[in-house]
Write a protein that binds this ligand. Sequence first.
Ligand code: GDP
Length: 374
Amino acid sequence: MMSGKDGRQQQFTNPETPGYVGFANLPNQVHRKSVKKGFEFTLMVVGESGLGKSTLINSLFLTDLYPERHIASAAEKIDKTVSIDASTVEIEERGVKLRLTVVDTPGYGDAINNNDCFDPILKYIDDQFERYLNDESGLNRRNIVDNRVHCCFYFISPTGHGIKPLDVLLMKKLHNKVNVVPLIAKADMLTMKEVVGLKRRILDEIDEHGIKIYHMPESDSDEDEDFKEQNRQLKNSVPFAVCGSSQMIEVKGRKVRGRLYPWGVVEVENPDHCDFIKLRSMLITHMQDLQEVTHEVHYENFRSERLARSGGTVEKKRTARSSRNEPDGGSAGGGSEKDKILQEKEAELKRLQAMMAQMQAQMKAQGGMPSEPV
Ligand code: GDP
């Protein structure tokens, strides 16, 4: 269990509590909603093997999710397929519960033949949607466990000159299924100038290839200035240049998570050294939005395609939200689609009203309940 102090600001600068997750420090309105429900959040990490995915995830949540990690030998790598590894940790902080599942894709890029290396990743995401769809149409709708992938950290190599063709392919396969957040891995291998240049190149290439990454929502106009400024900084940091470490090192009398080099220490949680803290703030601050976009855009697309395939005639739903994920502004959905949704909702309401009326009539017949208009 982790502890922390009050104040949103702390998400950026919290030297006394390194590694603090801080989701109990969410803006109040988000916090209140979340206290009631608790969070169920699934984060997927994708990218070539060896880019520091497991290390970063462990740094992010202070839990060693992979204590007995097996490093593959050269012989194993030859025809190894991607193996998906999902671990769940429950973190509770000041009464707020987070059930976090981290889905690692450790073998990606390891195999010499990478032709089918994406399939298990994409299948995993679809399987979770499928499960949710089944649960949603089942009897136990109130207690659905949400295992859908809400966010995908996409690790980009610091040594390439931007995104590689394989990354472009995979990101394009992912972007209609999940919120893709691009990261520059092992940023400690780059100078500050190189980071700035690589960020710009990656953003240009993302644009060029029509890749839809997750866009953080604009701050509400009634948010305070600090929060707005924080949000602006987060937006400007994409793709987050991160580094991770499993080691605590003493620097000027305090223990910090860092990487020790002959010339000094790269501190993971120092915003001057990398974007780790910003990435964590992004995840915490926008956790609910990531869940909403997953539900309203990605899941809804899956659901309508799935229904269409299984004989239904439901068209691909494009909510107004989905335009946020599309660089070209996207289509906000035609009037007829909206009408259709409204009609569906109305029909559902009518069904419910009929059910209620029937129940009331029964109760009245049994025990003389006063009948009230529904
Ligand atoms: P994964 O295969 O992507 O999960 O990568 P790992 O987390 O297993 O890390 C692979 C290697 O890179 C390990 O030797 C780590 O110590 C090292 N590593 C992890 N994160 C970083 C980082 O941020 N910077 C540097 N320079 N090395 C890192």
